[in-house]
Design a protein around this ligand. Sequence first.
Ligand SMILES: [Zn+2]
Length: 253
Amino acid sequence: MERRAFFGAGLAAAAAAAKTHVVTLSFDDGFKESFERTAAIHEEFGLRACLNVIALGHMPGFAPMPRGMPDPMTPFAKGDFAMWNRLRERGHEVMPHTYDHQNLAAIPIEQAKELIEKCIEYFQEHMEGFRPEQSVYSFAYNASTPEIEAFALRRFLGIRTRGESAMNPLPRGRRATRIGCRSFGPGNCDAFLDGELNRFLDGPGGWYVFNAHGLDEEGWGPMSAAYLRSLLRRLSRMANVAVLPAGEVLLRS
Ligand SMILES: [Zn+2]
């Protein structure tokens, strides 16, 4: 199936012209069950999910680096690239969320650059049609330095990392873009996101980017599936709001 036929790219682009508020819900870490459900809930509303996966996340015994830290990711099964390619075929955006989930702000710059290159190579080998210059790289822990951001911006269309807020200007003209986001955890993120979004929707507009993870019980700062469904229903009924994956926002600009 032509990847975007189902979503009617031309129609969607025309409709986006009237949208003053763009919302991206950017899901990290590649949980098998949560990502399948997240994609299915988006499909209920004709939307594409924004899914970010770790190159080595599906490997047996994978644990995020540095090892030994308590982490809410390891206990839950991750998907693999067969699954990521199927989700992409269904029209969802599946983008890199690091090679092995290292904090690239906490290691020497040369090592950080090497891990970004290894991430790109792994995706080129395993993800159908992957092109970094059309992709968004999401930093682990939303942790980055100006130096590693500059390096990543030379390789990717966009990078997603910590923002002073989750508000970004709507991009005008396609260029390498640093996307600032917010996240909330380790507990359920529904109330935090709802408050942020209500303020955003009351404002003049722009691009709001929230970094989510798993659904219900999975991962750091999970979102309840019932909230995600009610939120997408609400947003998809608002004429001035578009819910789009991050790469699509940049590719359309
Ligand atoms: Zn992560």
